[in-house]
Structure formats: structure tokens, C-alpha cells
Design a binder for this molecule. Structure first.
Ligand code: ZN
Length: 296
């Protein structure tokens, strides 16, 4: 296990990241890719959930990835993008089951007459299908590949297009770092998924929340995400080095400090539990019956 004591730096900090809430609702990222932001901004969802529309290069058909939460305005915005391109949706793909990405999937499926496809069978609807790592789909002449990226949650998928984009869901975010949603989320799987995405080479990363990550910055941001997780592990070991066993709540407060807003305490605690589980499995720390953790 590699551990680092220095605070890793996000390469986006100096690269002029657009301010939170300043992104346009509808953005044409390329001729074949449009981002539509749902009206659900919050500390957990940043600017709101990103719905992506991928167009077939010849025109006429489109795939919707992560329709997001139920919202009439959001549906109208997505529909207007489809109408303007004189395209029809042919399917809905989901990156994962969290409601901010999937809640409206069935409703849109019925409104648009298309199926919902996802990793979890319970999310598949109508003419949709179960998706697996390495599955390949053709959208006209366009090729879309499924990239299994478990870790944030176990059913997480990303979608790679042949135009050099990766629709990344919550595996990576446009600002800050992602949450490991323990117990469904798993730190070891999450780190393996980061390495897997890194090995795909530089590409434009389109996260589930926040702005796109440029091709130039993409590998640096992945390295930052990996370093950030190692840093959190090192923080836990150094805090527990005082020899006093600590409960997960106290550890979370010590790791994230007083600046952590109360609304983010839950997600921070989930990520901390994921780190603790990782360290317990490696016999670096142990846990007692009161759920207090200490070094072995
Ligand atoms: Zn999300």
C-alpha cells in the first residue's frame, strides 16, 4: 500500500474552473454531444445532474445518458435539443442507480417510447437491456463502449464514445472528488476503476455533476483522485497513531475538519467507512464491538 503525507493538489485549481452554478443549462460540447443540466443543484449534486445526449454522426438518432431527477423543465430542455437536431431518442442508458441520475428514467422511457438499459436488472425497462463491461453499441456510425467502473457504487458504468469522450457518471466529478457510497461502494474497486480509466488514455471526461474535464487535464485529475484516496488512508493511520480508538463519527470530523458542512457529513462518513474497511481488510487497523477503530 502506498501512502502519502502531503496534501495532493487538484490540477484543475489553477486551470480556471468555471464557478459553481455558472454553467449554461444546455451546452453543445461537440457536434455529437450535448450536456443538459437538471435543476437540482445542491452540495451533493454540485451544479445539478448532467444529462448527456449523444447523437449518431449521420444524424437522426440519439442516446440519452442519465435522464436525472423528475422535472418537467428538464424534460422540455432535453426534448428541445432532440427536436432542434431533428433526432429521435432510441434509448436511455444509466451510469448507476442513484435517484439523481435515474429517477425519471421510466417516465421518460414511456414518454419517448424507448427502453432503459443499466447494469442492474431492476432498472432495465421496456426494450432496454442489462449492460456489462466491454459491451459495444452502434448508434448509426458511432460506437459506444460500456466501461464497468464499480466503486462509487457497485453497479456503476461509464460510457466511452469513439469521439474521445468518456461519460463518467459519479466515478469522477467536474469539481472536487467523488464519494465512495459505503457499503455499496468499495474503495479497492474504486481505485481499480480509476486505474482502468487512466489506462484508456487521455480523453475528455464528462462527469455526472460539474464541468467537463479536458483531455489535457484528464490524466492529471485521475492521478489526483488516486493520490487523494491514499492521502485519506494516511490521514486515518496518522490520527489513530495517538493510540486512542475512535468512532467513525469522530474520525470523520477529524479528517474533514470544521469546514465540512453538516449536509456533507453523511457522504464524508460513507467515504470514511470505505477507507476504514479497506484498512481493516489489510490488517492495518481493527474495530471493536462499539465500532471504534484502532491501529493493530
Ligand atoms: Zn450523482
Amino acid at each position: 500500500m502506498t501512502m502519502t503525507d502531503s496534501v495532493p493538489e487538484d490540477p484543475r485549481t489553477d486551470a480556471g474552473l468555471p464557478a459553481l452554478g455558472s454553467l449554461d443549462t444546455i451546452t453543445y460540447l461537440s457536434d455529437e454531444l450535448v450536456r443538459v443540466i437538471a435543476p437540482n443543484p445542491s452540495p451533493n449534486t454540485l451544479d445539478g445532474t448532467n444529462t448527456y445526449i449523444v447523437f449518431d454522426s449521420a444524424g437522426g438518432s440519439a442516446l440519452i445518458i442519465d435522464p436525472g431527477p423528475v422535472s418537467d423543465t428538464h424534460f422540455e430542455n432535453v426534448k428541445s435539443v432532440l427536436d432542434q437536431a431533428k433526432s429521435e431518442a432510441i434509448g436511455i442508458f444509466l451510469t448507476h442507480h442513484h435517484l439523481d441520475h435515474s429517477e425519471t428514467a421510466t417516465l421518460w422511457s414511456q414518454n419517448l417510447g424507448v427502453g432503459v438499459s443499466a447494469f442492474l436488472g431492476r432498472l432495465v425497462f421496456g426494450a432496454g437491456r442489462v449492460l456489462r463491461d466491454d459491451d459495444v453499441f452502434e448508434l448509426g456510425k458511432k460506437v459506444i463502449k460500456v466501461v464497468g467502473t464499480p466503486g462509487h457504487v457497485n453497479d456503476h458504468l461509464a460510457f466511452q464514445t469513439d469521439s474521445g469522450h468518456l461519460v463518467a457518471g459519479d466515478h469522477m466529478l467536474g469539481r472536487s472528488t467523488s464519494v465512495i457510497a459505503y457499503p455499496d461502494g468499495d474503495l479497492e474497486k474504486y481505485m481499480s476503476s480509476l486505474i482502468k480509466v487512466r489506462n484508456l488514455g487521455s480523453q475528455i471526461i464528462l462527469p455526472g455533476h460539474g464541468p467537463e474535464i479536458s483531455k489535457e487535464l484528464s490524466s492529471g485529475v485521475i492521478e489526483y483522485y488516486i493520490a487523494h484516496r491514499h492521502y485519506r488512508l494516511a490521514q486515518i493511520v496518522s490520527i489513530l497513531d495517538d493510540d486512542v480508538p475512535l468512532h467513525v463519527d469522530d474520525l470523520t470530523r477529524k479528517i474533514y475538519g470544521p469546514a465540512l458542512p453538516e449536509s456533507l457529513f453523511g457522504p464524508a462518513k460513507q467515504s470514511t467507512r470505505a477507507s476504514l474497511t479497506y484498512l481493516v481488510q489489510r490488517e492495518v487497523i481493527e474495530v471493536d464491538e462499539d465500532e471504534r477503530y484502532g491501529l493493530i
